[in-house]
Design a protein around this ligand. Sequence first.
Ligand SMILES: NC(=O)c1ccc[n+]([C@@H]2O[C@H](COP(=O)([O-])OP(=O)(O)OC[C@H]3O[C@@H](n4cnc5c(N)ncnc54)[C@H](O)[C@@H]3O)[C@@H](O)[C@H]2O)c1
Length: 447
Amino acid sequence: MKKRVAIVGLGSRSQLFSKAILEEYKDGYELVGLCDLNQTRMNFWNSKFIKDYGQGPFATYAVQDFEKMIQEQRVDIVVVATKDCTHHTYICKAMELGCDIMTEKPLTTHADKCIEILDCRAKTGKDIRVTFNYRYSPRNAKVKELIQRGVIGKVINIHFEWTLDTKHGADYFRRWHRDKSNSGGLLVHKSTHHFDLVNWWLDDQPEEVFAWGQLAFYGRENAEKRGITRFYDRCYGSPNAEGDPFAIDLSSDENLKGLYLDAEHEDGYIRDQSVFGHNISIEDSMSVMVKYKKKTTLNYSLNAFCPWEGYKVSFTGTRGRIELDIIDNAYISGSDVDQNNPDHNMQEIANQGKLLDVNKASETLRLHLHWEKPREIDIPQGEGGHGGGDARMLEDIFVGNENDPLATAAGIDAGVNSIMVGIAANKSIEQKKTIKIDNLLNRNLYK
Ligand SMILES: NC(=O)c1ccc[n+]([C@@H]2O[C@H](COP(=O)([O-])OP(=O)(O)OC[C@H]3O[C@@H](n4cnc5c(N)ncnc54)[C@H](O)[C@@H]3O)[C@@H](O)[C@H]2O)c1
């Protein structure tokens, strides 16, 4: 019998799941209900489902009818893809009503909500899968394999730098993510992926966290300090947004228009706010140190206003080093659009440098062993998003994988361990001291 799936949270991310259910995995699953606080967004998807897959429309439910949807539609699995700070409500309610869960990362945003989920899971025994797609990227899996096989001995230290560019990174400052109470800040919302990778690579649990963070680039005050004078609240209909490379034009894209511009009259969700506005409570530059139970240390940084996007991570072990260098996006094209930035005259100095070939292979995995010449390790390639990672993750969560030597499937423990680093880091920034994760959860989670 097919599993009956409902989706709560019908924003842009939901389509990863709806497409999988309506297309690739339709033999084993059926979509039976949609729930969101915005009816226009649900209607948008229903029209698309009919057009693209010849299926639907599916029953839609307002948020106060979530329980009714589960009962009326006899739901087996709930996909949770709402705003981060609301995940726990739906995860717990759905488990209590007998459903299994597939939830988007982050599992939740705060320690008390995390405890609620753990308690509810213990009470109901239901299954929770957290969709950590980064684990399934071939390059990250290759690193896991090398470490798991002990190629560099015991890993003593990890240096991990993640750069978000001025397109992707800026997007977190245009909408709900910019309010820390919604997203937990980037240390929870975004770094949950990165901390999960480290936890998984090491097969270890984070114990103590120290962090420092600031809003150094986005936000009105920072822009004013750099001499920017043209401001606006949102892009749509604002003459000052014209030519601003940080502006996003919602009317230029069918999905952006249908999901957000045409839907905002219902809930006031403005998707194209200026990244140089007021009231941004998240950081854009963060540094974190983590000590693991087996004594490995991690030095991590995340900057959200970089000219290129990717990451560099190095593992120092007792037998050698692994170094992974990734450029996902070499640069953001913007020629002379940044006119009101007075630093523009620095261009003369920049022009003296030789232009690099931005199409060059951007994945490098190097192995340095003591007393041996360094080697470059091949990274297998796959089709689709994240080097085939997205497709592999969907196969894993919708079909399962008996043969999983790298323990790639992520359950609730992984969800908890990754967010708790970010939550502890937020606390550390606030209190300017080292935070023990077990103290935040008020118990030893790992027993
Ligand atoms: N794994 C990944 O790489 C990845 C990528 C993007 C987003 N995500 C995650 O997916 C989730 C959704 O992100 P998105 O980009 O689609 O955001 P979005 O803003 O496009 O969509 C969020 C949806 O949730 C709905 N919503 C908000 N509060 C709600 C509530 N209380 N009850 C019911 N619905 C509510 C909104 O109306 C909206 O339709 C987030 O948790 C995000 O972290 C994961």
